[in-house]
Design a protein around this ligand. Structure first.
Ligand code: FAD
Length: 390
């Protein structure tokens, strides 16, 4: 069976679903291919995977007509960055950067579910679940995609949003450069004695940062970056021992831990596709790039890819036109390369040899002393133009 669409998107994660919703909202015919189930409604305890969404990402999601449930998200207005021995410290405040807040923290599942709910309302979007591409080819003014359930799809443009191990990227013969940080991020959702407010904080230690992302009420998501082997040993601790380890390592301002709600760990790497585009094909999100998560920007830059591509598609006459795709690649590669370099330098400045760490401390002191530099850094991190004065 063959189905024709304007655009096919492979991967219904947060980035792929957001692009499908934005394009479907304008009436374009979109086929979304997802190997898994449609996401289910979040309920009860918070999901382990939490992401920050900055101003540009929120505006993009809003432009697709998607409503995010406020009760499961937490706005943050301050970012507190310090090193462990207290020689470097900087407090970034949304107000002094000319913004109401820096964005929100939201569970990945809540965001993905909200986007899929929106897709259900859009008559021009068809979701193909439990299937994956096995081959792709070009036809006149179109690209075809053969799925493992016997269906063939065709469209003017096929977008790969199928994550770091993208099948579409492999089928298109696009290779990646990658780097293993030999670090893992242990994510621990906790209940705390103190209510968490609107501050997200990060403390750099020589073996990796400790971060606290606030959730509504007396909940927080802790991210503990450390060497592979140390994290694997820490994962063996029972809840009481882990609670004690957190209370010892994390700053006292977190308050006591009343319950470990859930935990898991993820390897940390960076990866960049050699090309973002091919004939009537484009890659977005983690399929195109994976950055160190310490600055909470991986999903944001994936949504910015989707935003840029959507604008080009909506304004253009042929979604897969090679000049338009080249424009997409030029704009996004420069921005993403800058983010990869910035997160990489943060990692090396704060976890490298002592002279590098001293440089890291100095950068926090500079940020603290030069409000304009600080404001520009924050606007850049929010996907806003730092040179536009408000
Ligand atoms: C510890 C950690 C913390 C992070 N915190 C943040 C944060 O605070 N802020 C932030 O911006 N980013 C953060 N990130 C990064 C963020 O999680 C990723 O950048 C984001 O999830 C990428 O989304 P995606 O939709 O591109 O890919 P994915 O989330 O990987 O989604 C890919 C989708 O494609 C589907 N798929 C895969 N293969 C196929 C196939 N062959 N056929 C069909 N479907 C397929 C998958 O089932 C999935 O639904 C963090 C990452 C880590 C590891």
């Amino acid at each position: 069976m063959q189905h024709d669409h304007d655009i096919i998107i492979v991967g219904g994660g947060m980035v792929g679903a957001a692009l499908a919703a934005r394009l479907g909202h304008t009436g374009l015919s979109v086929g979304l291919v997802e190997q898994g189930d449609a996401p289910t409604a979040p309920s009860g305890d918070y999901d382990l995977r939490i992401s920050s969404l900055n101003a540009r990402s929120l505006a993009f999601i809003k432009a697709s007509g998607t409503a995010l449930p406020q009760e499961r998200s937490c706005p943050f207005r301050h970012i507190d960055v310090a090193n462990q021995d207290g020689t470097g410290h900087s407090l970034f405040s949304a107000e002094e950067s000319g913004m109401e807040d820096f964005g929100i923290f939201i569970e990945n599942q809540t965001l993905q579910y909200a986007l899929w709910q929106r897709l259900e309302q859009l008559p021009s979007v068809s979701c193909y679940t439990h299937c994956a591409p096995i081959s792709t080819g070009t036809a006149s003014n179109a690209r075809t995609l053969e799925l493992d359930n016997g269906t063939t799809l065709s469209a003017r443009l096929i977008v790969g949003a199928d994550g770091a191990n993208s099948t579409l990227r492999a089928l298109a013969g696009i290779s990646v450069t990658s780097y293993d940080y030999h670090q893992r991020a242990m994510i621990i959702n906790v209940e705390t004695e103190l209510p968490q407010q609107d501050v997200s904080w990060q403390v750099f230690t020589p073996t990796g940062p400790l971060a606290m992302l606030p959730l509504p009420g007396q909940r927080a998501s802790l991210v503990w970056y450390d060497r592979d082997e140390t994290t694997k040993a820490r994962e063996q601790l029972d809840d009481d021992a882990l609670k004690t380890a957190i209370e010892t390592a994390f700053p006292k301002r977190l308050g006591g831990i009343t319950r470990i709600v859930a935990r898991a760990s993820f390897p940390i790497k960076r990866q960049h596709a050699q090309r973002y585009i091919g004939t009537r094909l484009a890659l977005i999100g983690d399929a195109a790039h994976v950055v160190h998560p310490l600055a909470g920007q991986g999903l944001n830059i994936g949504l910015h890819d989707a935003d840029t591509l959507a604008e080009i598609i909506i304004k253009g006459r042929d979604a897969g036109d090679s000049i338009n795709l080249l424009r997409f690649e030029c704009q996004r590669r420069v921005a993403n390369q800058a983010m990869i370099a910035a997160t990489d330098s943060f990692h090396h400045l704060f976890t490298g040899a002592k002279p590098l760490r001293q440089l890291g401390d100095l950068s926090l002191q500079i940020a603290e002393r030069f409000p304009l530099a600080k404001r520009m850094m924050m606007q850049q991190a929010n996907g806003l133009n730092p040179f536009k004065m408000r």
